[in-house]
Design a protein. Sequence first.
Length: 296
Amino acid sequence: MIELDFEKTLNGASGELLLKVNQQITPGRFVTLYGKSGAGKTSLLRILAGLMQADKGLIKVNGSTWLDSANEFNLKPQKRKVGFVFQDYALFPNMTVKENLLFASDNGKDKALIRDLIDIVELGELQHRKPGTLSGGQKQRVALARALVQQPEILMLDEPLSALDHEMRLKLQQYILQVHREYNLTTILISHDVSEILKTSDTMLVLEHGKIIQKGTPAEVFSHKEVSGKFQFVGEIIKMEKQDVIYILSILIGNELVKVVADEREVKKYTIGERVIVASKAFNPIIKKLHTSSSL
């Protein structure tokens, strides 16, 4: 069990903010931190990783104490078994892909693990190239593999895919899910992408002004438990056309186009470009507005 109970006063663009977290995370879960910029998401990860000092509190990971301010104990970051993947990759430009991984693996140990990771994230043809010759998606795969070389208990991802195009995001989401399952990780992701959250996460924590105000599955949080069904997907309305007395809504879900029948009263709720949940109910697809505002 990961036990978080700490406080930290932060100074942001909007003034002083008290980050106050009291939460337990079950090992093996894929957790997303969600909320507006400045809510304290990155600071939460940095405190858990030991990169930022909490004002006071207690952090325990699988029975091991990482922070106990009452006893003036704070485990050094390098002794906390975490892998951190940032937006900016932070690779060594003078090293090849393989050398970046070897450097992260405690002086080149665990070469079998490095070979496995190179295979999993498909870096075989790139392993002798330097970061300056790679695309953004390729660099992010290297950064992911490098974080995993350290065999972390917790994998932390701070909006790692936000700068990538849609197709590359989908592919890297699949890589992340694969390594999460294959290495039995506890993964904590910061993301604002609703479809990404629904695809990857089984638990969601919503932060607002430094406090966790909601916890649940992504489907529960986004739909407020008002929609039930055998499947739920997030898509974007790209077309609404009238046919006789009904309307046909064309909704893009990933690379697939889904058409949903709606009446005039329902159509008035929606606009072209709006993101919605498409769910099944009594074998018929229905759509539902996404609740992504600060009211979460």
